[in-house]
Design a protein around this ligand. Structure first.
Ligand code: HEC
Ligand code: HEC
Ligand code: HEC
Ligand code: HEC
Ligand code: HEC
Length: 279
């Protein structure tokens, strides 16, 4: 017994000898407001990978920069617990009504979160044992990964962009769901996106064809509908990423079908008018 106890103390003693830097830094964390540069300088020593990941993310490279303080606050008291809940992300990402946020709040995850968020202990790390349903940061900052780009795409039209993310998406979902279920969802999701891309290409093709006969000002209304198609393609993408049936089946595909009909209508009207005007 005594030897075990002694070993325990010895272990703690060795640890404390080995980590004088941590102690020094813990003691030197300023108690009031801290500026962002000070966070980075100190955390570069303790979490070099985290600082690197954040540094190569879109959060660090768009102005104004989404810095440590944007999510963790200026005070060191409650840094992590403050960053974990959805409200950290929602305002910057367009508020409750934006497609990014609404596609999540209208998903089953978002609904469970709304009902349960006040029962969660946000001091706990983001892991399945601590949270039944995932919030924004659970998925997008999985394993504390501060490179927010790990679940995003450069292009929605390029099918290949999906492959880069598959592993990261999978590792998040499989915390809570069976691998086979997730495989099916990912495959179905990509198919659904590919059909959406086809609709966008069809719209663009119709306008391209018509541009041989009609001026840019005549085609302007059709081009405006094309811009809407880009938003509705994004809705399908968000519907798939955030598992929202509303965004897949209402704000996504039916909206794209409507756009396509609209473009067809505008262009056939142009042809009709040309015929009646033609000598
Ligand atoms: C002088 C060094 C120093 C400065 C400055 C500093 N930190 Fe820390 N921070 C630490 C150390 C050491 C730890 C780990 C020990 C601990 O949890 O207290 C830590 C822990 C954290 C954690 C994890 C807390 C948890 O509950 O797991 C977060 C988040 C954090 N810091 C963010 C920040 C932010 C944001 C700033 C700037 C506003 C900042 N830190 C400034 C040294 C520093
Ligand atoms: C977009 C929001 C966001 C930004 C920006 C951000 N963090 Fe975090 N950070 C989080 C979240 C959320 C967690 C909790 C992750 C978890 O529980 O797994 C976290 C966790 C941490 C931790 C604890 C890591 C661990 O493994 O326990 C540290 C330290 C930290 N952040 C420091 C920083 C520093 C320093 C910066 C600035 C370079 C920064 N963070 C920028 C959201 C952010
Ligand atoms: C201070 C504002 C701010 C906060 C807080 C913030 N973000 Fe961002 N985020 C941005 C900006 C600006 C961009 C880059 C432009 C864009 O895509 O809107 C971005 C980009 C992203 C992207 C990549 C999108 C892309 O176009 O590639 C994701 C994913 C993301 N943020 C998720 C989150 C999550 C999750 C949180 C909360 C943990 C969060 N953000 C907190 C401002 C913020
Ligand atoms: C269940 C996990 C999960 C949750 C919860 C979640 N997201 Fe996402 N998010 C994803 C996935 C997966 C994608 C699509 C990634 C892909 O397929 O490339 C995505 C896409 C995005 C994008 C678009 C990135 C791009 O390519 O432009 C943004 C921005 C974003 N999410 C922000 C948020 C915000 C803000 C919240 C909370 C309100 C949130 N997410 C909640 C998993 C999640
Ligand atoms: C922290 C745990 C957790 C994570 C991580 C998580 N989910 Fe879920 N998910 C849940 C819970 C809990 C439910 C509700 C289950 C139920 O129907 O009772 C759910 C429901 C769902 C549903 C709705 C099922 C239905 O019957 O309506 C889908 C689809 C889904 N998740 C997909 C995903 C995908 C894809 C990911 C990764 C991007 C993911 N989930 C990540 C916990 C999680």
């Amino acid at each position: 017994m005594k030897i075990k106890l002694f070993r325990g103390y010895f272990f703690i003693f060795i640890l404390s000898v080995l980590s004088p830097q941590l102690h020094a830094d813990k003691n030197s964390i300023p108690s009031g407001n801290i500026d962002n540069n000070t966070c980075i300088v100190c955390h570069k020593k303790h979490n070099p990978q985290l600082i690197k990941d954040w540094g190569s993310s879109i959060h660090a490279s768009t102005q104004p920069v989404t810095d440590c303080i944007s999510c963790h606050g200026k005070n060191h008291n409650n840094s992590a617990a403050m960053a974990r809940p959805d409200k950290t992300c929602i305002e910057c990402h367009g508020g409750d009504k934006s497609p990014v946020v609404h596609s999540y709040t209208s998903s089953k995850h978002g609904i469970i979160m709304r009902l349960e968020k006040n029962t969660y202990d946000w001091q706990q790390p983001l892991a399945q044992a601590n949270y039944r349903a995932p919030g924004c940061s659970y998925c997008h900052m999985h394993d504390s990964n501060h490179n927010i780009n790990s679940l995003s795409r450069d292009s929605l039209m390029d099918k290949k962009a999906a492959d880069n993310n598959e592993t990261s998406i999978r590792s998040v979902c499989q915390d809570c769901h069976a691998p086979r279920y997730i495989t099916r969802l990912l495959v179905n999701g990509e198919n659904m996106l590919e059909i959406a891309r086809k609709k966008v290409r069809e719209g663009a093709g119709l306008i391209e064809q018509a541009s041989a006969l009609f001026s840019e000002s005549e085609l302007k209304p059709a081009r405006q509908v094309m811009e809407k198609m880009q938003h509705h393609l994004k809705n399908v993408y968000l519907g798939v990423g955030h598992q929202s049936p509303d965004y897949q089946w209402w704000h996504g595909h039916p909206a794209l079908d409507g756009d396509l009909l609209n473009i067809k209508g505008i262009i056939s009207e142009l042809y009709r008018n040309k015929d009646t005007k033609a000598p």
